[in-house]
Design a protein around this ligand. Structure first.
Ligand code: HEM
Length: 233
């Protein structure tokens, strides 16, 4: 099966348009939902402001929900590739936690675990754990959000309250992880960041792929030589 196309020697296709649209819309709407939700729940803003923000929260929540459903329905093969890579745990994924990818040593000079980082696949052990958590919360925050809004009168206080706290604190905890770990660690590979975020092709450099994901590069990347069409004249 051809998973990735490497049309030139320098670049590898890692993100398809659907991955880029899903991730971009998800990230932008996530922060809007966080800000609107946090002002409504944690601040002393006037009631009129809060009700306007709650309306915005629901409209953006609808876009957030449509985004994940569209990704599942319109690019199921891309979601499947992501899930396959997140759910496949080999020994190296587990050994990644012995030194947390070498980051404590590299950034804080803490001699934590062995010096060498075992070679990783498309995602390293830490990414597998955190992305599974992110997807779990993307789904459950959508579900709890709609249940809280639409079914509030039906579910009773005993169910409503725990669901509400799960919705609020789940969102807060994942945001802390995204801001303190996901974004700073993503920025370590500019090639991945631009591949995912720029308009246009979702390619990354061969150098970045070999450095961060050697097992993926070795096992899954397929080189395809695209030949120029012959001149018919
Ligand atoms: C605006 C700030 C963000 C930046 C710069 C960013 C950057 C990135 C990058 C570069 C990757 C690719 C990692 C790789 O392929 O090895 C990635 C993947 C991912 N990000 Fe983000 N991200 C951001 C916000 C978010 C938010 C808010 C969420 C949701 C909680 C999120 C969830 C994910 C997930 C689930 C993946 C893995 C799936 C995939 O590869 O498409 N990200 N992010």
């Amino acid at each position: 099966m051809k998973l990735n196309v490497c049309p030139t020697e320098e670049r590898i296709l890692r993100y398809h348009a659907s991955d880029k649209i899903f991730h971009g819309v998800n990230a932008i709407t996530w922060f809007i939902l966080l800000i609107t939700g946090a002002i409504v729940y944690f601040s002393n803003a006037p009631d009129a402001t809060k009700s306007g923000l709650m309306f915005a929260h629901i409209v953006v929540g609808l876009i957030f929900t449509i985004n994940i459903i569209s990704y599942l329905l319109m690019a199921p093969e891309r979601f499947a590739v992501t899930m396959k890579n997140l759910l496949e745990w080999d020994l190296n994924s587990i050994l990644w936690f012995r030194n947390l990818g070498g980051y404590p040593r590299r950034f804080f000079h803490i001699p934590f675990g062995p010096v060498e980082v075992p070679p990783q696949g498309r995602y390293n052990g830490g990414q597998k754990m955190s992305y599974l958590l992110f997807f779990f919360f993307i789904f459950t925050l959508c579900i709890t959000g709609w249940l809280l809004w639409v079914c509030a009168p039906l579910i009773g206080k005993g169910v409503f309250k725990p669901m509400f706290y799960f919705h609020v604190w789940g969102g807060v905890i994942i945001t802390v992880l995204v801001v303190c770990a996901h974004i700073p660690l993503a920025l370590l590979s500019w090639s991945h960041v631009t591949g995912l975020w720029r308009f246009g092709s979702g390619t990354i450099s061969v150098e970045a792929a070999q450095h961060h994901t050697p097992l993926w590069f070795e096992r899954d990347v397929v080189r395809v030589d695209i030949k120029e069409p012959k001149n018919q004249s």
